[in-house]
Design a protein around this ligand. Structure first.
Ligand code: ADP
Ligand code: MG
Length: 543
């Protein structure tokens, strides 16, 4: 038998293939370089990036996820790093830059270990051990917190709002966030349950950020439907309807050929009677306010106004649910069945002009289980930034209470963890010890980066901070504005433990995933373009 002389082509000739060490090196380099790109944005002194897209549009931001989304990242491993930021954003809404920097650093250190001849399975194993130990340690070093600790919760909110350019009103926004959470938090057999969706954060341009207000109830971005209706109702009894206050269109559209003018009149009278009846049903329930998810016929509006009822139509479904939670009313889908028991209550329902638009406020609800925050700001940019800050504040408090714990920021938690992790590494020994040490060192990238952003000798600050921790001061971290090692507790730099737990696990997962790859096969360009019709495959595009 002759041996096969011709190599068998499995891949197209244009396909690129990198294997073994080359593949690993390429992936690590790509992942590390995206993480390096966002590194300088970390913390309150983080720098902004100016991003110019292919059409020339400019975005200026220091938000990690935004930067990674805007960058036209090509390399698959770099794209995987971008996914870390997305996951972090979805899971906790903060700590995205931290997670990305950590993933980059874990890979960089893994590259060094590979160069020293340590096998990747050993590195992966060491990293895994280190990650689960870190999460265990995080719980150990955390401070406990409960719903009643409003001062501490306010500090969490303030830290979460770091870097969002709304410095002068931060205190007020933090207070609002804490109060809002207090309304919607439920205690279920000892644990606190918070659904951040129960806080509706609306924004309206105009006024200033300090006009931002918490409504003990809900604000609906709609006008009262009829000008003859009251603009303010006290001691409101509120009907919540998800049925139209109209006569069903099928009944009027039905093809009835009426030739006799008298019959025509009778038909019209019949319809008016039905419409009046709808308004009467609402009145008979005892309601003086109605929020309707669907339409309200002109004639029904007329009668409701006549009965002194304030009505709003085409309210969003999500707002209806919040109105129900805030007022205690039940959403009714059949007007004929509405009774006084279904009605919600509020001290005041009123229409007010906010900026350019009119909005309806449902205020002074008793024990509302959903509330609104109306964020204000003089310009579009300011109001958007204030809204993002408020989102972060609310989410920060919610994630803190989810685990009922927080850690010290400014790199303090990472320094403490690194120290404890090194002790653990010794107990494990062997080559895994090297990987666990590398993990510990990777955590220190956070305080090191913060120190660099303060424009100080980062190594010196880090050494000083570490020695504080060695003598038992776990609250010491980097005071970025003064460029010194400082007590994060008295500075009020505190963060939810959950941010760190999520960042550590997401970063470890992606580092492991990238390390496991030893073969990159990139499809050749020509093979894809030959199957794509001209015009980008959109079909029938005209220019
Ligand atoms: P991320 O996307 O990871 O949340 P940020 O730019 O928000 O990135 O920076 C978060 C880091 O900045 C955390 O490590 C946090 O402890 C730190 N930090 C926030 N405020 C301060 C402060 N006033 N002083 C020192 N460090 C701070
Ligand atoms: Mg942040």
């Amino acid at each position: 038998m002759n041996g096969i002389t011709q190599p068998i082509l499995v891949l197209s000739e244009d396909a690129l293939r990198q294997t073994g060490k080359d593949a690993q090196k390429a992936n690590i380099t790509a992942a590390v370089s995206v993480s390096e790109m966002v590194r300088s944005t970390l913390g309150p002194r983080g720098m902004d990036k100016m991003l110019v897209d292919s059409t020339g549009d400019i975005t200026i931001t220091n938000d990690g996820v935004t930067i990674l989304n805007e960058m036209e990242i090509q390399h698959p491993a770099a794209k995987m790093i971008r996914e870390v930021a997305k996951t972090q954003e979805q899971e906790v809404g903060d700590g995205t830059t931290t997670a990305v920097i950590l993933a980059g650093q874990l890979l960089k250190k893994a590259g060094d270990l590979l160069d020293q001849g340590i096998h990747r399975t050993t590195i992966v194993k060491g990293y895994r051990l280190a990650a689960s130990k870190t999460i265990e340690l995080l719980n150990e070093i955390s401070q406990k917190i409960s719903l009643e600790d409003t001062q501490e919760l306010k500090k969490i909110a303030l830290t979460a709002m770091t870097g969002k350019g709304i410095e002068s009103s931060k205190e007020k926004l933090a207070e609002i966030a804490v109060n809002a959470i207090n309304y919607i938090a439920c205690k279920e057999n000892g644990t606190i349950k918070i659904n951040p969706d129960d806080i509706q954060i609306e924004k309206k341009q105009g006024g200033s950020v300090s006009d931002t207000e918490l409504i003990e109830g809900i604000v609906v971005d709609k006008e009262i439907v009829h000008s003859a209706m009251p603009k303010l109702v006290k001691n409101a009894k509120i009907a919540l309807l998800n049925a139209a206050l109209e006569v069903k269109s099928t009944e009027t559209d039905a093809k009835i050929s009426i030739t006799d003018p008298e019959k025509m009149q009778a038909f019209a009278d019949q319809e008016s009677k039905m419409l009046k009846n709808l308004a009467e049903k609402v009145k008979d329930s005892g309601a003086n306010v109605v929020f309707c998810q669907k339409g309200i016929d002109d004639l029904v509006q007329y009668y409701l106004a006549k009965y002194g009822i304030l009505a709003v139509r085409r309210v969003k479904e999500s707002d209806m649910e919040k109105l129900s939670k805030a007022t205690g009313g039940r959403i009714v889908s059949n007007v004929n069945e509405i009774s006084s028991e279904d009605l919600g209550e509020a001290g005041i329902v009123e229409e007010k002009k906010i900026g350019e638009d009119k909005m309806v406020f449902v205020r002074e609800c008793k024990e509302p289980k959903a509330v609104s925050i109306l964020v204000r700001g003089g310009t579009e940019h300011v109001v958007d930034e204030a809204k993002r800050a408020m989102d972060d504040a609310v989410l920060g408090i919610a994630s803190t209470l989810e685990l009922s714990s927080y850690v010290y920021g400014g790199g303090a938690a990472e320094i403490e963890l690194a120290g404890k992790l090194r002790d653990y590494a010794v107990s494990i020994g062997g080559k895994e010890q090297l990987a666990i040490d590398a993990f510990a060192e990777s955590l220190e990238i956070i305080p090191r980066t913060l120190a660099e952003s303060a424009g100080k000798d980062a190594v010196e600050l880090l050494v000083e901070a570490k020695s504080k921790h060695e003598s038992g001061n776990k609250e010491y971290g980097i005071n970025v504005s003064e460029g010194k090692v400082d007590d994060m507790e008295s500075l009020g730099v505190v963060e939810p433990t959950k941010i760190k737990v999520q960042a550590v696990s997401a970063a470890t997962d992606v580092a492991e995933m990238i390390l496991r790859i030893d073969d990159i096969i990139t499809a050749g360009k020509s093979s894809t373009s030959s199957t794509t019709p001209p015009g980008g495959g959109m079909g029938g595009m005209n220019y």
